[in-house]
Design a protein around this ligand. Sequence first.
Ligand code: FE2
Ligand code: FE2
Length: 140
Amino acid sequence: MLGSTTANMVHSGILWQDHQHAELLRCMRRLQRGIMEQSLDHQGLLEIKEFLQWYVRMHFDGEEAYMEHYHYPQAEQHCQQHAALRQQLHDTFTVLEDELGNPDLHACADLCVRLNQWYLTHIAGPDQELAAFLRDQGVR
Ligand SMILES: [Fe+2]
Ligand SMILES: [Fe+2]
């Protein structure tokens, strides 16, 4: 079930990063609720897509700027994961609606699962390692 797979907030101790990760979690929960309650409509999905597009650009660019500024040793692998999610989202976004413009709930559920996997494998993993490195550099 979608409901049992939603990640819980993981705190990195870096204020801006925690705040932005929490925003993503809020978006994921909204998407999940819309699917489970079958209340997701064209407008709601559009808002979620626009948020995710903006979010990925703003958040990844932010983390990558910090990595570059502080010469983070694992920057290359980390940025590769960002690039993979950017591509995944791009591919997923093209199939989220049917030919009438209504949300395809199976495709939306797939997006939800992918975002959840992202949260568990990246935000709870490499992002925490990045945060520990940045905290050592005095970033808060
Ligand atoms: Fe992140
Ligand atoms: Fe990241």
